[in-house]
Design a protein around this ligand. Structure first.
Ligand code: C5P
Length: 298
């Protein structure tokens, strides 16, 4: 995430993520799943403006720049409000905030928009409210709000995430990776996709040492072999649009296609920024399908 001050406000550019690989190791007693996933931050950003308020009220508004998106709740069903309230409860601060969210990351897409927004809220309000919570404490709060927030907290370009997803081991990527994203009209609920996962619907997925070797080599063909997702079978059963999106991508000159997180967004790894841009424009021109070119980065 990138933060800048504007008088009494903080403005944060909040990135999205792609799961290049996602392997489910098994179901846990707490209802979550243990996983091992390679997450890559990508330069598709929500923008959030945080303005301090003397009263302890936290209020938010959101505007989406995407067509066909359901309006987001602006109350405590939104992770941004949950993150702000958690900070208030933890520190007993009497400060409040007015929060304005400009949404560019599609929801229910497996691109981590909600988690990234909430991680940015922890970082921004810690600063704006002068709370001085350590990064370690922020990680603890992040993990209590969801499984993907920890990845975004330290602004790593890429990391292997384990546990529920909250244990983050940064990895270095040798070269920028260029993707084209295809987002079907309908989204998928993460909880639903995990619920329908079965061990036999999972493909063979690479192990951590293979991931490290491939990502650190920077070679596109090595990286392409990492692209697998244990949740793809379950997501495909819930939405026929996943199959169609992957087929559409595979008809073009890409290195490999895959689904990110619990879907419904799919991605194609491209050989260059130029070819990603060209393909995104072509898919967009077909009408009815949203498509973007994005590059790895924070
Ligand atoms: O943690 P997060 O809020 O992103 O998870 C949403 C839902 O996805 C959880 O309530 C759970 O049903 C499922 N999930 C899971 N195992 C994980 C992460 C999420 O079962 N590792």
């Amino acid at each position: 995430m990138r933060t800048r001050r504007d008088n009494s406000s903080l403005i944060v550019q909040v990135p999205a993520k792609i799961n290049l690989s996602l392997r489910i190791l098994g179901r846990r007693d707490d209802g979550f799943h243990d996983l091992e996933t390679l997450m890559v931050s990508v330069r598709m950003y929500d923008t959030i403006r945080f303005e301090i308020q003397e009263s302890p009220l936290v209020q938010m508004t959101s505007t989406s720049l995407l067509p066909n998106e359901k309006p987001l709740p602006n109350d405590d069903r939104n992770l941004i409000i949950q993150a702000a309230q958690l900070l208030q409860r933890t520190t007993w601060t009497h400060s409040g905030a007015i929060i304005k969210l400009l949404k560019r990351i599609p929801s229910e897409a497996g691109m981590g928009g909600g988690s990234s927004d909430a991680a940015a809220t922890l970082v921004a309000l810690n600063q704006l409210w002068g709370l001085n919570l350590s990064q370690e404490k922020l990680h603890q709060l992040a993990a209590s709000l969801g499984s993907d927030l920890n990845f975004f907290l330290d602004s790593n370009v890429a990391a292997i995430c384990t546990g529920r997803g909250e244990i983050v081991t940064p990895v270095s990527v040798k070269r920028p990776l260029h993707f084209v994203i295809v987002k079907p009209q309908s989204g998928l609920s993460t909880a639903d996709v995990f619920k329908h996962w079965t061990a036999h619907s999972s493909p063979e997925t690479p192990h951590q040492d293979e991931i490290l070797k491939a990502i650190e080599s920077g070679g596109l063909s090595q990286i392409s072999r990492l692209v697998t997702n244990s949740l793809q079978g379950s997501a495909r059963n819930l939405s026929r649009e996943i199959e169609k999106s992957l087929e559409l991508l595979d008809q073009h000159d890409i290195v490999v296609s895959g689904m990110t997180g619990s879907g419904s967004a799919c991605f194609g790894l491209c050989r260059s920024r130029k070819s990603a841009n060209r393909l995104a424009r072509k898919i967009q021109s077909l009408g009815g399908i949203q498509s973007w070119a994005v590059t790895s980065g924070v």
